[in-house]
Ligand binder design. Structure first.
Ligand SMILES: Cc1cc2nc3c(=O)[nH]c(=O)nc-3n(C[C@H](O)[C@H](O)[C@H](O)COP(=O)(O)O)c2cc1C
Length: 374
């Protein structure tokens, strides 16, 4: 029996035009480096998703590239051509088998693409490299190329519909191409794609419009469109909380189905841009109000963490690392066994946890990233 304190986590929630989520818990998007070099998914990857889709209401997949030169990671699964639809469908089916909704996170790596994956042609809004990361100077995209990438986001959305997903999430966070256009650090353009805050919004908003156009044209049923953003950048100039509040005000008018903030810790507070000592998540939720649902995320490990995150007022919360560490997290809370939740990765349990080798290697070789790996 569930401990009644946690019942709010298990209230169903209707999102978009009538999509019913069985609870408030979402699996956060997580890259796993485990696909074949041609971009098709591996059996290990499908099993990893299947295992983690039993309890949650919705799963957001790892990011997938919409163009060939948008590939941001080795072993990333691809969605840049129709041949990939069967591979994409395997992931969607694995997620949906037990009642979770499946969202495909669509992205372009921009200046963060490893050169060897994109024939050395690393592109971005402007020729500004990532600071201090030893990354190459990217080539600024031409207007024609920008327009073509916008259509590619639309094409990938059509593939997601054909592959059986319940929605797509535009990955406008974590420093990839969409964020590179919104950021005053990486976007130094002086044409209609940059120059002022308003112009830096042109690319993200054009993507939203194109994706929504494709959904209206191809989706027979309700199909969700979400948008993920990172609220602040460390660089100067860089995205501030004030920029982000402007971004979300604009996005909130776009009839999106949800906004998803990217945070390492849901309790983190702003760096600059607002005189406010509350958490970023509370500030964002207050600003958005009831215009569009917000997904909160970041360092939610225990059932109490989850409750505390939900109490900020966001209707949905996402768990990333914790669902890798304990794939049965949701079932344990639902059955009143929250004391059995594991919150540190067990170094001997890779196979039991169905974690593909490349993801496992990334975890154990990055001290301080996952609890249990110091
Ligand atoms: C292994 C791993 C891969 C990730 N890959 C992505 C990704 O593809 N897209 C994305 O938006 N965020 C990605 N993230 C960030 C997570 O979605 C999440 O925001 C972050 O891990 C904080 O949540 P957590 O504390 O619950 O893990 C990744 C995180 C991890 C741990």
């Amino acid at each position: 029996m569930i401990n009644e304190n946690y019942a709010p986590l298990f209230e169903s929630y209707t999102i978009g035009k009538g999509i019913q989520l069985k609870n408030r818990i979402v699996m956060a998007p997580m890259t796993n480096w485990s696909s074949h070099p041609d971009g098709t998914v591996t059996d290990a990857e499908v099993k990893y998703y299947q295992r983690r889709s039993n309890g949650v209401g919705m799963v957001i997949t790892a990011c997938t590239n919409v163009t060939r030169n948008g590939k941001g990671f080795h072993g990333e699964f691809a969605a840049d051509r129709d041949e990939m639809i069967p591979s994409l469908r395997r992931v969607a089916s694995a997620i949906k088998e037990n009642g979770a909704k499946a969202i495909l996170q669509i992205f372009h790596g921009g200046r963060q693409a490893p050169p060897e994956l994109v024939d050395g042609d690393v592109v971005s809004a402007s020729a500004v490299p990532l600071e201090g990361a030893g990354k190459p100077v990217p080539r600024a995209l031409t207007e024609t190329e920008i327009e073509s990438i916008i259509r590619d986001f639309g094409e990938t959305t059509r593939r997601a519909i054909e592959a059986g997903y319940d929605g797509v999430e535009l990955h406008g966070a974590n420093g990839y191409l969409i964020q590179q256009f919104f950021s005053p650090h990486s976007n130094r353009r002086n044409d209609r794609w940059g120059g002022t805050l308003e112009k830096r919004l042109t690319f993200p908003l054009a993507l939203v419009d194109e994706v929504k156009r494709v959904v209206a044209e191809y989706a027979k049923e309700s199909f969700l469109v979400g948008y993920r953003f990172s609220p602040e950048e460390a660089e100067t100039p860089g995205i501030t909380m004030a920029d982000t509040l402007a971004l979300i005000d604009t996005l909130a008018e776009k009839d999106l189905d949800y906004l998803h903030v990217s945070l390492q810790d849901f309790r983190s507070t702003p760096r600059r841009g607002v005189e406010d000592t509350r958490s970023r998540l509370e500030i964002i939720q207050e600003r958005v109000g009831d215009r569009v649902p917000v997904i909160g995320v970041g360092s939610i490990y225990s059932a109490n963490d989850a409750l505390e995150a939900l109490e900020t007022g966001v209707p949905l919360i996402a768990l990333g690392r914790e669902l890798i560490i304990d794939p049965e997290w949701v079932q344990k809370v639902e059955q009143g066994r929250e004391s059995e939740i594991v919150t540190k990765i067990n170094k001997n349990h890779q196979h039991e946890l169905e974690i593909p080798d490349p993801l496992w290697q990334a975890i154990i070789n990055s001290p301080g990233w996952f609890p249990g790996i110091e």
